[in-house]
Design a protein around this ligand. Structure first.
Ligand code: BTN
Length: 260
C-alpha cells in the first residue's frame, strides 16, 4: 500500500500551525524537536515523520512505529494562548481531550474515551499516546508528541501490543487520509487551548464524562509504590483519585493498569 502524502503547506492554511517540517524517518520527533529547538520555524511549530524508529512514550514506554501511522510533535508556547503556568500540568489532559474530539467524526459507532493521564482509547484498546515534555533551556515552550495508529494494522505489531492497541484501519476497515485526520486533530487542539483560560471547569467536566477508568478497579504505579483501588475519576488539579482500603488517595503522575 503506498503511503499517503501529507501536503503540509495546506496545514499552515487550515490550522493554527505556523511552520512545518516533515521527515521521512527519524528516531523520535520529540527528541528531534528537543535537539533542534533553536532552529525550528515559528511557533506553533510541527515536526512530523512518516516513520519513527525509536518512538518514546511516558515513563519506560516505547511507541511502536509503523508505516501508515501518524507521529508528530508540536512545539508551542502556552503563553500564546494565555494559559497560566499553574495550568500547564493540565495541558496533558487537555491534549487528550482535543485528540478525542478530533477523532470522533472518523469513528462513528465507537466509544472513544480517555485513559488518565492522556491515552486515547477506542472501545477497550489504545489508539493514541501522548508524550508532553518541557525543556529547562526554553522554559516558555512545551513539546507535545502525539502518536496515532491510523492506517497501520495492529496485525503487524508485536504480540503484546496487538492485544492492547488498535488502529483506525482495524476499527473501520478502511484507509483514512492522514492529512485529514491531522488537520482535524490540530483544529480541535486549537479550540481546546483557546478555551483553557476561561472555560477550564467545563473542559474538565467534558474530560470526566469520557474517563475510561472511572468506576473501574485499577492499580497505579507512581514509580515508588503500587496502589490498588477503585477509580473515582480526576479532581480539579487533574490528579487521579482512588478509593483505597485506607481511604482516598490522589496521584499526580503514574502508570495505570486496569484490574478488572
Ligand atoms: C505513551 O503512550 O506513553 C506516549 C506515546 C507518545 C508517542 C509519540 S509519537 C510522536 C512523539 N515522538 C515520540 O518519540 N513520542 C511521541
Amino acid at each position: 500500500m503506498p503511503l499517503d502524502v501529507i501536503n503540509y503547506s495546506s496545514l499552515q492554511v487550515s490550522t493554527f500551525i505556523k511552520s512545518v517540517e516533515w521527515l521521512v524517518e527519524v528516531d523520535s520527533t520529540n527528541t528531534y524537536v528537543l535537539q533542534n529547538l533553536k532552529s525550528l520555524g515559528a511557533s506553533p511549530a510541527l515536526v512530523g515523520a512518516d516513520l519513527q524508529t525509536g518512538g518514546r512514550g511516558r515513563g519506560k514506554n516505547q511507541w511502536w512505529g509503523a508505516e501508515g501511522s501518524l507521529t508528530f510533535t508540536l512545539l508551542l508556547q502556552p503563553n500564546e494562548f494565555n494559559i497560566q503556568v499553574q495550568h500547564w500540568p493540565l495541558m496533558s489532559l487537555m491534549v487528550g481531550l482535543a485528540v478525542r474530539e478530533g477523532l470522533l467524526k472518523f469513528l462513528d459507532h465507537h466509544q472513544v474515551s480517555l485513559k488518565w493521564p492522556n491515552d486515547v482509547y477506542v472501545d477497550d484498546k489504545k489508539i493514541c499516546g501522548i508524550l508532553i515534555e518541557t525543556t529547562p533551556a526554553q522554559r516558555e515552550f512545551v513539546v507535545i508528541g502525539i502518536g496515532l495508529n491510523i492506517n497501520n494494522s495492529l496485525q503487524a505489531a508485536p504480540l503484546g501490543i496487538q492485544e492492547s492497541a488498535s488502529s483506525m484501519l482495524d476499527l473501520t476497515g478502511c484507509l483514512h487520509s492522514r492529512e485529514e485526520v491531522l488537520t482535524s486533530l490540530l483544529q480541535s487542539l486549537e479550540d481546546v487551548l483557546v478555551r483553557i483560560p476561561a472555560h477550564l471547569p467545563q473542559l474538565l467536566a467534558e474530560w470526566r464524562q469520557h474517563c475510561f477508568l472511572t468506576g473501574k478497579r485499577i492499580s497505579i504505579d507512581d514509580s515508588q509504590h503500587e496502589v490498588a483501588g477503585q477509580c473515582l475519576g480526576i479532581d480539579d488539579d487533574g490528579g487521579l483519585v482512588l478509593q483505597t482500603e485506607s481511604g482516598q488517595r490522589k496521584f499526580l503522575a503514574g502508570s495505570v493498569t486496569v484490574l478488572e
